[in-house]
Design a protein around this ligand. Structure first.
Ligand SMILES: [Zn+2]
Length: 419
């Protein structure tokens, strides 16, 4: 079985990545002819295995291998094949290659999966093209909205509706569709972070997707003054004020981690180089942004309160005024512990001990979970980062993860008799 998995993974990755705009790296924009060609490769491979291929109104692809119990909820397994501009070979494509390889393992063994196994290739997962999250999966789930269909693609200036229609979809039917009935979804995906590679572990199981609370356009106003003439007690220095805030938030972050809760605090775009800035001035204005992330919305709420309390203290101490601008959020999503446990148990039988971990970035699996599905992710070790041409992973790790999924589901019983 390991031979068929490895061969399928290698062939699918080669075939999908042969389809790209000019390099460096790989470029398949969302709802582009290139994304459609990559879908067609998967369809052809799935049909060669005897799977039945269908596409929904948003052109998500579903390739179905009948299970022993045709009445039970299916198991969907897959990912996406669109990429960012000049991205890597594995973000998305690895999960699709893995899903086809899982189906191939069942076909090769002659054993049917316990329930229908549906290789799933979503559309438009990378939100760099259209400013909308999870377009394909949320369309499949009946959760896309009419205004979102009018979103404009960053490079072409044409609407999502136009692009879907141009690739052969039916945008008007997306809004009226009831969406797929709740079932189970497993997404294999590269980690896009260093944890597994640093630990020397081939794959891990993702328990949740972090949510975020951000202030993207915050500023501090103080008083411009002469850097030699103004005495310390008379200054309202916005850089010192931001420094106080950064140190305070770093301390708060450490305290939250001490309690065992999940949190990441990131300041960015620190900018005191406004037009009024000069070397010989006490800075009277500093712009910044902050991105708080956690798997727990309560932690985000508490940190937001703490952030504002620290700001009040800094304002009082430094004589400056903060304006945070608009807040934006994404919701933390818990993935299926039961499905994660099932995969972990199977991994143990094959000699693996995958860690449980969080995803810092968003993935289609979160959209399925938010729609009430049992949804889980398996992260694959990768290096050289992600969303860049050097993104790297070992296809052997993907093959190990696929073998684990096969082990996890092959012996499931649904309680129903074989048809
Ligand atoms: Zn991805």
């Amino acid at each position: 079985m390991s031979r068929i998995i490895k061969d399928t993974v290698d062939r699918l990755l080669d075939r999908i990545n042969a389809i790209s705009d000019t390099g460096p790296g790989f470029t398949r924009p969302s709802y582009s002819p290139l994304e459609s060609q990559a879908h067609a490769v998967v369809a052809e491979e799935a049909e060669r295995l005897g799977l039945t291929v269908t596409r929904d109104a948003a052109l998500n692809l579903f390739a179905r291998l009948p299970g022993r119990d045709r009445n039970a909820a299916p198991l969907y397994v897959g990912s996406h094949v669109d990429t960012v501009a000049m991205g890597g070979a594995f973000d998305g494509a690895a999960g699709v290659a893995g899903a086809v390889a899982l189906a191939a393992a069942f076909v090769d063994s002659g054993e049917r999966p316990p329930v229908d196994l549906v290789v799933t290739v979503t559309r438009a997962e990378e939100s760099v093209w259209f400013p909308v999250s999870y377009i394909g999966s949320r369309s499949a789930l009946g959760r896309l909205t009419a205004p979102e269909l009018q979103a404009v693609r960053a490079d072409t200036g044409r609407t999502l509706t136009d692009h879907i229609r141009a690739e052969g979809g039916q945008p008007e039917e997306i809004l009226s569709g009831a969406g797929l009935a709740a079932a189970r979804f497993i997404e294999l995906h590269i980690e896009q972070g260093p944890v597994l590679d640093n630990a020397g572990e081939p794959f891990g199981i993702v328990d949740g997707v972090r949510g975020g609370l951000r202030y993207r356009q915050a500023r501090i106003d103080g008083t411009w003054a002469h850097s030699g003439g103004a005495p310390r007690s008379a200054r309202s220095d916005t850089v010192f004020a931001l420094a106080d805030l950064v140190v305070a938030m770093d301390r708060r972050w450490g305290e939250v981690l001490e309690t065992g809760q999940d949190l990441a605090v990131t300041f960015g775009r620190v900018d005191a180089a406004t037009p009024e800035h000069a070397f010989a001035k006490v800075p009277g204005r500093t712009d910044f942004c902050i991105d708080l992330r956690s798997d727990d919305v309560a932690v985000l709420e508490r940190m937001d309160e703490a952030f504002k309390a620290e700001i009040a203290a800094v304002e009082a101490a430094r004589g400056v005024r903060f304006d945070l601008g608009a807040q934006s959020r994404s919701h933390p999503t818990k993935l299926s512990a039961a499905l994660g446990d099932q995969i972990a148990t199977a991994a143990g039988r094959l000699g693996f001990a995958p860690r449980r971990m969080l995803s810092g970035g968003g993935h289609d699996a979160a959209a399925f979970a938010q729609a009430g599905w049992e949804s889980v992710m398996v992260f694959l070790r990768n290096w050289n980062g992600s969303h860049n041409p050097d993104e790297a992973m070992n296809p052997e790790d993907l093959a190990s993860a696929v073998a684990t999924l096969h082990e996890a589901i092959a012996f499931e019983t649904t309680g129903a008799a074989d048809e």
